[in-house]
Design a protein around this ligand. Structure first.
Ligand SMILES: Cc1cc2nc3c(=O)[nH]c(=O)nc-3n(C[C@H](O)[C@H](O)[C@H](O)COP(=O)(O)OP(=O)(O)OC[C@H]3O[C@@H](n4cnc5c(N)ncnc54)[C@H](O)[C@@H]3O)c2cc1C
Length: 266
């Protein structure tokens, strides 16, 4: 990582952080055209391909007896006697002891009939894929102009924020601009744009995850957050423990839905 976010020379570094000079950067990333004079190496950091991880988790769940119902849209939570007892879905109704709402930016729509407004805004971002020579990018490289890494399928993955409306032509143009940046940063002409997709990150208005039961409504639980990939292993474990083992997780204390309606008694 280099650019404006670098710590000052005399700032204390974390246990897995190291400031590098240009020679050290070149050892890590030999295909950079112009290694920076200073860069921060976060040795303990890594990255995953979210699609591959999701597929692996779904497959493992099925091995453990879970049933996957794909291409099914939940139209409403089913409420009986003030308690959520399942969902209405395009493929038919489903009963459940607890419904965990993980619908990202659509979670507020599902929770509104429970009388609870979830303050979540859509935060658009682009995910771009490129082909390139294997090993062109060896670490996760963050510069002032791009953030790139190589996925396990060999594609170079670049994520970029985006504001406002975007047309198909805009997506293509954004991908081509990023392609020029990649070629300007790394010593390779043989890099090609594969795809640009617009994703919508669910962003709670205070930017903190929203995790916990819906206040006053038994059987409904919400888990929505940005950085959901990074947080998923820990949050998933804690949520499962809260719901299955009924052990309240201290780590989730500041993330409850009640923080948005602190003056309401439930
Ligand atoms: C370009 C991009 C870059 C990102 N970068 C990072 C990063 O660097 N680090 C990180 O940790 N995270 C990152 N994220 C993840 C993101 O910020 C979220 O945290 C993450 O997507 C949340 O996952 P989720 O499964 O909770 O919700 P979502 O990904 O929003 O998924 C919600 C799912 O619910 C489905 N759904 C919605 N409504 C219904 C309904 N009524 N019935 C049935 N299904 C429904 C949707 O189809 C969707 O599949 C990135 C996301 C994008 C798009």
């Amino acid at each position: 990582m280099w650019g404006e976010n670098l710590p000052a020379d005399d700032a204390p570094l974390g246990p897995d952080e190291r400031l590098l000079d240009a020679t050290e950067v070149r050892q890590l990333e030999p295909r950079l055209r112009e290694p920076p004079m200073r860069a921060l190496h976060l040795r303990g950091h890594g990255a995953v391909d979210p699609v591959a991880v999701t597929q692996a988790l779904v497959s493992a769940s099925k091995d453990h007896g879970a049933k996957l119902i794909a291409n099914s849209a939940v139209t409403a939570l089913t409420v009986r006697d003030g308690r959520v007892v399942g969902v209405q879905a395009s493929t038919g109704p489903l009963a459940a002891d607890t419904v965990v709402v993980t619908a990202g930016v659509d979670a507020p729509m599902l929770c509104a009939p429970l009388g609870f407004d979830l303050p979540i805004a859509p935060s658009p971002a682009l995910l771009m894929r490129f082909t390139g020579p294997p090993g062109l990018v060896r670490t996760l490289v963050t510069t002032p102009h791009l953030e790139v890494r190589e996925a396990t399928d060999g594609h170079l993955l670049v994520a970029a924020g985006y504001n406002g409306e975007i047309s198909h032509e805009d997506l293509q143009r954004a991908g081509e601009q990023m392609l020029h940046r990649l070629i300007a940063t790394f010593d390779a002409e043989d890099v090609h744009l594969v795809s640009v997709r617009l994703g919508t990150r669910p962003m709670p208005t205070d930017e903190l995850p929203i995790v916990g039961p819906v206040p006053g409504v038994d059987g409904a639980y919400v888990a929505v957050m940005h950085s959901g990939i990074t947080l998923a292993p820990t949050v998933g474990r804690l949520v499962a423990s809260e719901i299955v083992d009924t052990v309240e997780a201290e780590q989730l204390a500041g993330l409850r839905l009640t923080r948005f309606h602190s003056d309401t008694e439930y």
